[in-house]
Design a protein. Structure first.
Lengths: 656, 101, 235
């Protein structure tokens, strides 16, 4: 894997931790997760009675969190650059000998940026759900779950120790199960929810073992006590730190859907579209990236293993991009796109440029949420149809949705000056700069082209071309119309953010985000580019434009039928049969093992218990014959005992 | 020709054994009772022999008490047997089998 | 036969004791076996009477003359008479008695084994130490001085204890050291007699035992009615 990439730059994060002044937004920051949690509890208990009012309660709670997060951000801005890391302890949780874990928040620049993303995008999606979930019979419960999810994600982001983060981690997994399986009457949806939860769980095992190792090595799980001491306690390249980092990465692959644990995300599209937008675009799936960025001091000790992370990310991006090109379900295309973009983020974080990863996380949150909400708007108009080949020509009928979706498509394709261009460029620049990562750059360039292609295909088949849905019979023909303002307003806001969001970090070295996140992360990126910077940018933009053009021409007008599903296209359509592979290799042996153990339990253990009962009964049947009921037998027994005693005395007397 | 004291003890042991076997083998309740009396007598014989061996009369006094108690026992026992006969109309010990499953 | 008796009469007291032991012992064993073997219960009872008589002879030989008399009077005279009375009352039939009970086939073999083991154990433990010649007891006045106290397991003989006569000796013990058990056993006899009376009665009239002829208290039986009667039925 090569030598150490580069010396770490800057101060190790979290060496200087302050406590918040009373009354400041930091001091009240513990309310940020608590208010949505309380609102969720209220809605779960009294939701039915509130009815339509439940949405108002939920939006108010979410609004409070958004405003409070902005206040926290503003407060941090007002602090000097080296005084922006605060810990706010709310109460003691575990106090068991050497293990001391408190309910405390770590508010620093990285957390504040995540807070803003989660709360504001969450608020927009709450507003969107007003219109989308209108008429659903479990309307209040949906908002309760959304609030619960928001609270969980905020706990994850604000947690000041591995264990608190893990609490949030697990809770978002639970909320993902609840929300993906919201319409659990449908068997397939319920199965998708279970799949999401279980695959997440597999990753969580890695996370937990990593926590054990961290506690074993450092004696504490607090970020403020582990991260600054990483180099002194573990040393560069030690086996322990490699194990910890790889196990944390396993957890991240589960949550952020990378190879091999990504299979749950496409199935999770069974949930309502706001859920997909919130959880699977902007927040939960980014938790893995956030974890790796947060633990950057540990990764800085083993940069060559970071390269492995980058390879996993780019391979995942490539494979899922190919799959997305052949999908027919409009949400599944977006799902595979999400996995692909997450791969980009892991490339960044793995190569040591955490700022680029977080930057792409933010921009992706904007445009992917926008795209999902647009898809929801289309489904709402088309009576929940999902096959893109049954749509077409919706630009005229739903202009706002179409225009905002177009902005999202151009952003994800990476067209300048939209936000996606800046963040994607920064990631590929990191790949170009790192020695030994040139193949990663090449693959990332191919993925950029494919991304543009399949997103343009998505857009063309839905909004351009002839309206294929008009060919349906009268009964099944949908009557599409523009969505209500509660749904289009978030689209517009997100389109705006997707367009101008790149401005926060135009230049990798001097951009705002770079300086802002410096106290929170430890960079170790390389500085030896194999390609001139201008040439690299031009190549990527050219790939994006080429992809867009090909798709627009191919799908905008000419083709009216899907391609035959054979060869590569067919395999891609079936997602390269990965699910079938997992089933054969893991599930079937697992089921065999379970049935073997069940048989052992039934025959062996129960047999042992029942057998002892049967033996006792058998013994009783035999010994029952002693109780004859005749006095003479009993006399015989008494006399036999007496004779025995006599013989024993005799024996004792004779010295036997 | 002398008679060692052990000969009386041996005879008493034999009588006792015959009494035991009689209790176990006979089915007539009254005959079983008579075998019990036989056992008691053999014990009395043993006691008297030992009183002679030890040279004091305490064995004879105990034997006397055994006789008294045997008399009382026979009185009550025979009354019970009569009652049992009234209940079962039989003197077969094996007919008293209420505890038999 | 006459020669043997003559020899017995002219021999020393120990020899006489020996002959008495052999003859009477044989009769005793034989009659005991008959009690167990004979089918007819009355025959068995009569054989038991013979056995009791032989035991009485043994008591006499063993210098327990008082007990010999009591044995004849109480055992042979009272207890066996009781047995014979009950046998007469119950009218035993002889046929069914000696068949083995098929439900407990192991009874007879087990009884045989038990008997053998018991006899062996008793013989070895109780009788064994006294079977030597040295355990022979001095008989009567002639052998009082000839007691060999240095031998192993000697027999002391009752010459000294019977000095004032056997009955007097037993009486002295009974009313001296053992007066308390003596009184208790006498109470026991009274209780046994009462018990036999109670158990033996036919219970045709159980109210003989319970005082049911007295009327129940009328007020307790019907308080409200009694009150009304008192007040004069105005309510």
């Amino acid at each position: 894997m090569g030598e150490v990439l580069a010396a770490s730059e800057g101060v190790v994060p979290l060496t200087q931790v302050l406590s918040a002044p009373g009354g400041s937004p930091i001091d009240l920051a513990w309310l940020i997760p608590v208010v949505p949690a309380v609102s969720a509890g209220l809605l779960l208990l009294f939701g039915k009675r509130l009815g339509r009012l439940a949405a108002v309660v939920a939006i108010t709670a979410m609004g409070y969190s958004a405003v409070a997060s902005t206040a926290v951000f503003a407060f941090l801005v007002s602090q000097p650059e080296d005084g922006r890391i605060f810990v706010r302890t709310v109460g003691t949780w575990i106090s068991a000998g050497p293990l001391q874990v408190d309910w405390s928040l770590l508010v620093d620049p990285l957390a504040s940026v995540m807070l803003l993303l989660v709360t504001w995008v969450g608020l927009l999606i709450h507003i969107y759900s007003l219109g989308y979930m209108h008429g659903d019979e479990r309307y209040p419960r949906f908002f309760a779950y959304l609030n619960l999810f928001a609270a969980s994600m905020l706990i994850l982001v604000l947690g000041s120790s591995f264990l608190t983060l893990f609490v949030g981690w697990e809770l978002v997994g639970l909320c993902s199960y609840l929300l993906v399986g919201f319409w659990f009457e449908n068997r397939d949806y319920a199965t998708a929810a279970k799949k999401a939860f279980i695959v997440n769980r597999i990753g969580d095992v890695g996370f937990m073992i990593a926590m054990f190792l961290i506690f074993f090595a450092f004696g504490s799980l607090d970020f403020a006590q582990v991260l600054p001491e990483a180099q002194t306690v573990l040393g560069v390249g030690s086996v322990t730190v490699v194990a910890i980092c790889l196990l944390l990465f396993v957890g991240a692959t589960g949550k952020s859907a990378q190879i091999p644990l990504y299979v749950w995300l496409p199935d999770a599209m069974a949930g309502p579209t706001p859920v997909s937008a919130l959880i699977h675009a902007a927040t939960m799936v980014t938790a893995g990236v956030y974890l790796l960025a947060r633990t950057s001091p540990l990764w800085a000790l083993v940069p060559e293993w970071g390269l492995l992370v980058a390879w996993v990310g780019v391979i995942t991006a490539l494979v899922t991009a190919i799959i997305a090109c052949a999908q027919r379900d409009l949400k599944k295309i977006l799902a595979y796109s999400t996995i692909s973009q997450l791969g980009y983020m892991f490339v960044a974080v793995g190569l040591g440029d955490q700022v680029a990863g977080i930057f792409h996380l933010l921009t992706h949150g904007f445009f992917k949420a926008l795209l999902f909400l647009a898809a929801g708007s289309v489904m709402h108009a088309m009576a929940n149809r999902t096959d893109v080949w049954g749509m077409g020509g919706l630009l005229r009928v739903m202009p706002i949705t179409a225009i905002t979706a177009l902005i999202g498509v151009l952003a994800i394709a990476g067209l300048p000056p939209l936000s996606g261009f800046w963040s994607k460029e920064e990631i590929l620049a990191a790949a170009a700069d790192t020695p030994g990562a040139a193949p990663i750059w090449v693959l990332g360039w191919i993925v950029a082209g494919l991304t543009a292609f399949y997103m343009a295909r998505w857009f063309s088949l839905i909004f351009l071309g002839s309206p294929r849905w008009q060919a349906d019979g009268d009964g099944a023909r949908p009557h599409p119309h523009e969505s209500p303002p509660s749904m289009t307003l978030p689209l517009v806001v997100l389109a705006f953010l997707a367009a101008v969001g790149g401005l926060i970090n135009i230049n990798p070295e001097t951009g705002f985000l770079h300086g802002w996140l410096a106290p929170s992360v430890q960079r170790y990126a390389g500085e030896t580019p194999f390609l001139a910077e201008g040439l690299a940018i031009a190549l990527v933009v050219a790939a994006a434009v080429a992809g867009l053009a090909v798709a627009l021409l191919a799908f905008g007008r000419r083709w009216t039928r899907p391609a035959p599903s054979t060869g590569l296209a067919g395999a891609a359509q079936h997602a390269f049969f990965v699910d079938r592979f997992y089933e054969t290799v893991i599930m079937v042996p697992g089921r065999m093992l379970a049935s073997a153990l069940s048989t052992f339990d039934r025959v062996g253990i129960d047999g042992l218990v029942n057998g002892s009962a049967r033996a006792t009964a058998g013994l009783a049947t035999v010994t029952r014959r002693l109780q004859t009921g005749f006095v003479r037998s009993y006399v015989l027994a008494v006399l036999a005992g007496a004779v025995l005693v006599t013989v024993m005395f005799l024996g004792a007397g004779l010295g036997w | 020709m002398v008679v060692p004291a052990g000969y009386y003890l041996l005879l008493a042991a034999a009588l006792f054994t015959i009494g035991v076997v009689g209790v176990l083998v006979r089915r007539n309740i009254i005959v079983m009772f008579m075998c019990v009396e036989l056992m008691l007598n053999s014990v009395n014989l043993t006691l008297v022999t030992f009183s002679r061996i030890n040279g004091n009369l305490e064995g004879q006094v105990l034997s006397f008490f055994v006789m008294v108690v045997a008399a009382a026992e026979v009185t009550v026992g025979l009354a019970l047997i009569v009652n049992l006969f009234r209940l079962k109309a039989s003197t077969d010990a094996d007919d008293v089998d209420a505890l038999r499953s | 036969m006459v020669a043997v008796l003559a020899q017995a009469a002219s021999a020393q007291p120990s020899t006489a004791e020996f002959f008495v032991f052999v003859v009477i012992g044989a009769i005793s064993l034989g009659s005991a076996l008959c009690v167990v073997i004979l089918r007819n219960a009355v025959h068995a009872a009569l054989m038991l009477v013979v056995n009791f008589f032989t035991i009485a002879v043994f008591y006499a030989v063993l210098e327990a003359q008082f007990l010999a008399t009591v044995q004849v009077i109480v055992y042979a005279g009272a207890i066996m008479v009781l047995f014979l009375f009950v046998l007469m009352l119950l009218g035993v039939d002889a046929e069914q008695d000696l068949r083995a009970n098929p439900a407990i086939p192991a009874q007879r073999p087990a009884a045989a084994v038990l008997g053998l083991v018991l006899f062996a154990a008793l013989a070895i433990s109780v009788a064994g130490p006294y079977l030597q010649r040295t355990s022979a007891c001095p008989s009567g006045e002639a052998g009082a001085a000839a007691a060999d106290t240095a031998a192993s397991m000697p027999c002391a003989g009752l010459a000294a204890a019977n000095e004032q006569g056997n009955t007097q000796g037993v009486g002295a013990l009974l009313f001296g050291e053992y007066v308390w058990p003596f009184e208790v056993t006498s109470v026991l006899l009274v209780i046994a007699a009462l018990g036999a009376m109670v158990l033996g009665r036919k219970d045709e009239r159980p109210e003989d035992l319970v005082d049911v002829h007295v009327e129940a208290d009328p007020v307790a039986a019907d308080p409200v009615g009694a009150y009304r009667a008192d007040v004069g039925e105005e309510v």
